[in-house]
Design a binder for this molecule. Structure first.
Ligand code: HEM
Length: 459
């Protein structure tokens, strides 16, 4: 008989083994709270670098907008999954499931409200985050492509909102989507087949609901998740830009992410969560009567984030209002980081003192000029009437577009003639266009009544 070797090494308890499999490697120190902390910490350090620039923690630099987008996305995922348990994506049952949510299901209304408001807020916060990055020149080298990713994300956020808009199948949903998808019709050649593909037929119906449902619950969220992961990874690799006051040296100080950044993020998320839940508890998401394809409301308006485009259509030939002008705008937006690489001003709000003054002035000019144009165009301007011998794509398209481009070029050249730096002059043009689009959106939402006539507050 051979002697058995000494006892095999004692196996760790099952729970410890499970813990080891999650954490990899030995667990030290042994008490539960420290273990939990270790797991959490290693998770956080996969998302954040271990140290971050101290000045970048200043709240008035990022305003936590990127983090807020992540929080909103998470709330949407959780509430969206809960809504799936009740919602039925068919024209016969969709509206009833909305009513059931509001009246029969515990916390159903709160969940729907949270989902609705978080989705809408995400559009607003996405735009504000874009503006923060733009006005602090956060897109400069090596972050150019992350800006492009950001634009893609913003488009996807809008697409997610738009496809979700139809799901309640009420009058608002049905007609807003009818108006919204009709904008695609104006795209030359591919416009009509694209609209048919999206709608699953010639008009909004059962197939549209199925298409929008699939896009809303699977395709778009997955795309957003994949691109956000890439976006955050790039922020980590490129590091966030360091904020700076005018005429001050860059502060190179660093602090550890744990606890400095994470504690701020935690409190920020809790405060926003509390605000959102309170809002959702008191303010209901809109729900009108069930969709009636035979009865169009007057005025039939698109969703609020498309109202700027719907307003453009009232002033320009459809191909210009729906395609050429928005297309040019998007192209310029994508090219922003490739047109301007003044690294000297990265991290300084509005680039310089002069930059701040010019941005303010341009904003004012953009708002006043656009209001003036809308008013004049409603009552006095009539390019097609003045130029009856020209096709309306020229008289109501190329001609007004050329006038607008000349005004922009003139403004830019004027600023340059006064010795304004290129980046400040471009920022001024961007601000003018931004103010103009915001004004068009405002007019479309609040100042358009029956037949889309202009309703002035004093009339
Ligand atoms: C789902 C949407 C988005 C999420 C979750 C997101 C998230 C973030 C986060 C967490 C940061 C770190 C700094 C901060 O919080 O400001 C960041 C930075 C950045 N984001 Fe986004 N973002 C989104 C959309 C956008 C959009 C629409 C743009 C612009 C077109 C954009 C461009 C950038 C750039 C260039 C940076 C680096 C800025 C710097 O270093 O100062 N992102 N983003």
């Amino acid at each position: 008989m051979t002697d058995h070797p000494t006892h095999p090494p004692e196996k760790p308890a099952l729970l410890t083994r499970i813990q080891q499999s999650i954490q990899r490697g030995p667990i030290r120190p042994p008490d539960d709270r420290s273990r939990m902390k270790m797991v959490m910490n290693s998770l956080i350090l996969h998302i954040h670098p271990s140290k971050v620039s101290k000045p970048a923690l200043k709240f008035t630099y990022t305003f936590g907008l990127g983090g807020l987008l992540i929080l909103l996305g998470s709330i949407l995922a959780v509430t969206g999954i809960l809504l799936l348990f009740v919602y039925t994506p068919s024209p016969d049952a969709a509206y009833d499931s909305m009513i059931a949510l509001q009246t029969e299901i515990n916390f159903g209304n709160l969940i729907r409200n949270l989902h609705h408001w978080s989705g809408n807020l995400m559009v607003v916060v996405g735009v504000l985050h874009l503006l923060r990055v733009f006005y602090t020149a956060g897109f400069t080298r090596p972050r150019e492509f992350n800006w492009v990713m950001g634009i893609t994300l913003l488009l996807l956020i809008i697409a997610a909102n738009f496809t979700g808009y139809l799901l309640p199948w009420d009058q608002l949903a049905y007609w807003a989507v009818t108006v919204g998808t009709s904008l695609f019709d104006y795209i030359p050649i591919i416009g009509e087949p694209l609209t048919r593909l999206l709608l699953g037929g010639p008009e909004v119906g059962t197939a549209t609901l199925t298409n929008f449902y699939g896009l809303h619950i699977a395709v778009i969220p997955l795309a957003i998740f994949a691109i956000v992961s890439f976006h955050i990874w790039r922020v980590r690799k490129d590091t966030i830009t360091v904020p700076r006051e005018i005429n001050q040296e860059r502060d190179k100080g660093k602090v550890t992410t744990l606890p400095h950044l994470v504690s701020i993020e935690f409190v920020f998320a809790l405060v926003w969560l509390a605000l959102l839940i309170t809002w959702a508890a008191f303010v209901n998401a809109p729900l009108e009567e069930a969709a009636n394809p035979a009865h169009s409301p007057n005025p039939a308006k698109a969703a609020w984030y498309f109202m700027g485009f719907q307003e453009l259509l009232l002033h320009f030939h459809p191909v210009f209002g729906a395609i050429i002008i928005p297309g040019l705008g998007l192209m310029v937006l994508i090219l922003v980081p490739y047109l301007d690489q003044d690294m000297e001003t990265t991290g300084i709000w509005f680039r310089s003192v002069l930059g701040r003054i010019l941005a303010g002035l341009s904003f004012f000019l953009g708002v006043a000029g656009t209001f003036g144009f809308v008013w004049l165009n409603e009552y006095y301007l009539d390019f097609p009437g003045w130029l009856p011998f020209l096709p309306s794509s020229i008289s109501n398209g190329w001609v007004p577009l050329a006038v607008i481009l000349l005004i922009l070029i003139g403004y830019y050249e004027l600023l340059k003639a006064f010795g304004i730096k290129t980046c400040e002059a471009r920022q001024a043009i961007f601000t003018l266009l931004l103010a103009s689009f915001a004004t068009l959106t405002f007019v479309g939402i609040f100042l358009r009544g029956e037949g889309m006539a202009l309703i002035l507050p004093w009339s």
